[in-house]
Design a protein around this ligand. Structure first.
Ligand code: COA
Length: 329
């Protein structure tokens, strides 16, 4: 038996928020945002749309592409830090909408590394219980606009909304699995440099917490930047070494889309030329757990990946969480 990627799917909301639009909201300018982050525009969900609605569209496309119904899915894992509710989980809501009655479902919170962590869990379940888990749906989905402080220019220019899904299948075919190697990490000691201070059990919502803007993303940008580059390079290298694959053999690197300068600092250190690094941050900004799935689905639909291609995923996010995963497409 082997585990393969049966299909991918993605979704972004219709509304585009451009840098010019942001110029009217905070003291910033297009030139600063483009040169410091690579972002030109981002998508913003409508007030009626929650994270599960974005996830639903991405998952629906993946199931349609694979030609299966929700009923055939055995598990759904949603990587998100912007769930519709604290509970029920976004996974539960998604299960109902997809008609995936037989699936067990949950959310996994690992910030921008959410998709990689979810893939690791999905792959491990499928490898351990191949008869029980034929199809597992993994989805990274975020409505970051709901936790973005639209009065803070340090953060509001960075984030956007979207969802990306990957359907894994346990097949009867012999051959290599789609997950060749992975290297995931956590360092809770750095939790304070990227977090949402209020809204959890540590600091439930109060009038004061709302007035102090504590229900939004707080970030020490420079510190995050430095750690992100080193962490993604370290994990990327270790995954290639474990797999015995040279950078030349990697068809595409898909890094988490946090900042084009971070991405362009990581690529040469991994020994992969820029033209093999996938970037769509200019159009979507940082969509946290959704970003890698959004890139992968775009690349697949554009015919940029063929069977057998090696794709290196790298991620970094709040927690701190980070890691890399080598996929064989
Ligand atoms: N528009 C205009 N000026 C801005 C601005 C904006 N949107 N945001 C910040 N500035 C100003 C700052 O106030 C500062 O001004 P000062 O020198 O007068 O104090 C100046 O620009 C430089 O700010 P700085 O924070 O040093 O910029 P930077 O080059 O570090 O870029 C980030 C800031 C946030 C783009 C960058 O640090 C970054 O991308 N960090 C990683 C973020 C990230 O990836 N987070 C998610 C991880 S998953």
């Amino acid at each position: 038996m082997s585990i393969r990627i049966a299909a991918t799917g993605s979704y972004v909301p219709e509304r585009i928020l451009s840098n010019a639009d942001l110029e009217k909201m905070v003291e910033t300018n297009d030139e600063w945002i483009r040169t410091r982050t690579g972002i030109e525009e981002r998508r913003i969900a409508s007030p009626e749309q929650a994270t599960s609605d974005l996830a639903y569209e991405a998952c629906r496309k993946a199931l349609e592409t694979a030609g299966i119904s929700g009923k055939e899915v055995d598990a759904i894992i949603v990587g998100t830090i912007t769930p519709d509710f604290v509970f029920p989980s976004t996974g539960c809501i998604l299960q109902h909408r997809l008609g995936a009655e037989g699936a067990f479902c949950f959310d996994l919170e690992a910030a921008c590394s959410g998709l990689l962590y979810s893939l690791e869990v999905a792959y491990s379940l499928m490898k351990t219980h191949p008869k029980k888990y034929k199809y597992v749906l993994v989805c990274g989905a975020e409505k970051l606009s709901s936790i973005t402080d639209w009065t803070n220019r340090n953060t509001c220019v960075l984030f956007g909304d979207g969802a990306g899904a990957i359907l894994l299948e346990n097949t009867e075919e012999d051959g290599p699995d789609c997950v060749i190697a992975s290297d995931l990490h956590t360092d809770g000691g750095y939790g304070d440099i990227l977090k949402m201070p209020a809204g959890g059990s540590r600091m439930p919502a109060t009038k004061e917490s709302l007035e102090a803007h504590l229900h939004f993303i707080h970030m020490e940008g420079k510190e995050v930047f430095k750690l992100a580059v080193n962490a993604m390079v370290g994990a990327g290298k270790s995954v290639l070494e474990e797999a015995g694959i040279t950078p030349d053999e990697v068809k595409m690197v898909i890094p988490h889309q946090a900042n084009s300068r971070i991405i362009l600092a990581v690529a040469p250190r991994l020994g992969v030329p820029e033209e093999r690094v996938y970037m769509n941050i200019n159009r979507y900004g940082n969509t946290s757990a959704a970003s890698i799935g959004l890139c992968l689905d775009e690349a697949v639909r554009a015919g940029k990946l063929a069977k057998g291609d090696y794709v290196l995923l790298t991620a970094f996010g709040g927690g701190l969480t980070w890691g890399a995963m080598l996929l064989r497409f």
